[in-house]
Design a protein around this ligand. Sequence first.
Ligand code: FAD
Length: 411
Amino acid sequence: MTVYDYGIIGGGPAGYSAAIYAAKLGKSVVLFEKDKIGGTCLNRGCIPTKTFLHRADLYMEFKAGVKKDIYRAAELGFSFEKISDEKETVCNNLRKALELVLKTMKINIVPYEASIAGSNKISANGEIYECSKIIAATGAKPREIKGLEFEGELILSSDDMLNLKQLPKKIVILGSGAIGIEWARILSAFDVDVTIAEAAPNLLPLADIEVSKRIARIFKKAGITFHTDCSVISADRVNKTVTLSNGETVETDILFVAAGRSKCNIQTTDDVTVIGDCAGEIQLAHYATCQAKNVILGIPYNKELIPSVVYGEPEIAWVGKREQDGEFKKVLLPITALGKAQCDNCTEGFIKILVEDNKIAGAHIISKEASALIQQIVIAMQNDIPVEKLKEVCFAHPTYSEGIFEGLMRL
Ligand SMILES: Cc1cc2nc3c(=O)[nH]c(=O)nc-3n(C[C@H](O)[C@H](O)[C@H](O)COP(=O)(O)OP(=O)(O)OC[C@H]3O[C@@H](n4cnc5c(N)ncnc54)[C@H](O)[C@@H]3O)c2cc1C
């Protein structure tokens, strides 16, 4: 019987990254995936949502341009069906490319549900696989709320949202974390009437308080209705209404419950390493990859320096300490100060940097390209680069990156 160096359960970012890193070291690997390689990220998460979001942003910009008579269109509209087809194509292409990488690296992919069958043993499709080391990376699934269980008609999960055949006219979104906010932006850009119910006192409750407040302002301007300190207490499938905890009843075609994700537990033994979303720590694809890198290659990561990004126009990104976490020296540069932002007509947002002992303690950015900007901050923070040293760096012009430099120069 073959004894594999690694048996990995789950083919999402945690599992496939661990498999690739191990194979690169010359280890033999068997990878079990009961559904599609790529996991939530590639098939039901990061990638499909951003494919929708990009097209929604383009449509929104085009609509604004037509209003200003910059662009001309005989008929302004979009095909949600074609956009969904494109989403499928993007996911399929990426999945095929990933499968090819895994096969080229001689990783044995077993397309069945697996379970731990004792020390160093995995069972799948009636067979036992001996593995010197076992990694469980079984991911997470949309969290259900008692009384608002998913039924695929009125009450939908993030998985259901990706299979919509047509857009609703009205939607209520329960939860304003990254998933709820991104869908609110997609749907609002496509002219859907969006209402958000958020149980916390602010939208994007994990963000810096100033970011949450600015997002509220941006959403008001975009015509997105939101209620904070508020949850959905019941849903009426017959009359298509939901009742909010503030007493309001809202008519809706869909109630999208975006209230976090529960880890997919798997029965493990002491010698099994658990990584990714099913470890129940930070549920992000890049964190899953960091954990895989750490487990296989021993490369450490700093949990405090995992960036968060919420996509859409403008992007929202942050890392490190928030304003509400302590006393910091602070600078806030409005994006409107940047030449590139004026050229792009994307002047909404700010770059906010918090400093402690002459080092960046945190940064919070609302801007086009915030996802790229935050990475520069992460590199500076991870390498303990003092603010004075960062001021010596030459930033290209005109760019959004200059905003970081401009901000630092104001400190
Ligand atoms: C709508 C949405 C948008 C998101 N957007 C982002 C984003 O923009 N950026 C970001 O960083 N993160 C995003 N995420 C989160 C990201 O998708 C997850 O953090 C990431 O996929 C976690 O990787 P994982 O490998 O731990 O789990 P998963 O990707 O969930 O993979 C686990 C895999 O294990 C398989 N599996 C489970 N049990 C078994 C078993 N017993 N046998 C065999 N196979 C099994 C599953 O089928 C699945 O394929 C998003 C999530 C959602 C839902």
